[in-house]
Design a protein around this ligand. Structure first.
Ligand code: CU
Length: 111
């Protein structure tokens, strides 16, 4: 009777330890996300987007940029004709971003 109880205690401890470890990894990743401006491998990219006339245009541009690899924090303004975002190094290129927005029918240059 004693041994199975001890074994389940060890398993429980192992599970809790694993959970605690994965939790701290998640916490670390979140800290990086919150301080994305300080992230050494992410750069600010501004695109000049011509042809946007309303919030719907902003949404379309935002959505097509957001799904690209390494892109985060996308802000689009049709009034300013700009799209601002953070881009991680080694993921999608600025050319990829420009092509994606051009495919929607807008004129795009890096700003
Ligand atoms: Cu529109």
């Amino acid at each position: 009777m004693f041994k199975p109880l001890k074994l389940s205690c060890i398993i429980l401890a192992a599970v809790m330890f694993t959970f605690a470890c994965s939790y701290s990894v998640v916490q670390a990743a979140c800290t990086v996300c919150e301080n994305v401006d300080k992230h050494p491998k992410a750069k600010d990219v501004t695109l000049n987007v011509k042809g946007m006339t309303c919030g719907g245009c902003e949404s379309k541009v935002k959505n097509v940029l957001s799904v690209l690899n390494g892109v985060s924090d996308v802000k689009v303004s049709h009034k300013e004709g700009k799209a601002e975002l953070h881009l991680e190094e080694g993921k999608a290129s600025v050319d990829d971003l420009i092509k994606a927005v051009k495919n929607l029918g807008y004129k795009v240059t890096e700003g």
